[in-house]
Design a protein around this ligand. Structure first.
Ligand SMILES: [Zn+2]
Length: 117
């Protein structure tokens, strides 16, 4: 059996789950989770790690989405920033931060944009 083989669940088969774009929530595909711990049924939706085509195009090659992820792994928000502000090379256009640190780092920017509108 290869490392990437899906172990079928007797109850749920390939146990599919819709993958959604972490930015806009559009469906981007289907994940086949197979047998999960305790033979649980797959959640209806899971947050994909890749954005949809539209969100990817919005970021282009020079911007990156920084996602705010809560302790329960739910998406709490995001900012789209130029890659040039980062000190590391980011492949793709999505990176994630813990919500607590995200809120500390981006609190000023978020408050300013709220006041501006
Ligand atoms: Zn999207």
């Amino acid at each position: 059996m290869a490392k990437d083989d899906i172990i079928l669940s007797k109850k749920h088969g390939v146990n599919p789950s819709m993958m959604i774009c972490p930015i806009c929530g559009e469906t981007t595909g289907v994940a086949l989770l197979g047998k999960l711990k305790g033979d649980a049924e797959a959640p209806r939706q899971i947050l994909g790690t890749h954005p949809c085509k539209e969100c990817e195009e919005k970021a282009g090659t020079d911007k990156v989405y920084i996602l705010s992820i809560d302790e329960d792994h739910s998406l709490q928000g995001y900012v789209l920033v130029p890659k040039s502000i980062l000190t590391i090379d980011v492949r793709g256009c999505v990176i994630a931060m813990h919500k607590k640190e995200f809120d500390e780092v981006f609190a000023d920017a978020i408050n300013k944009s709220k006041n501006a509108s």
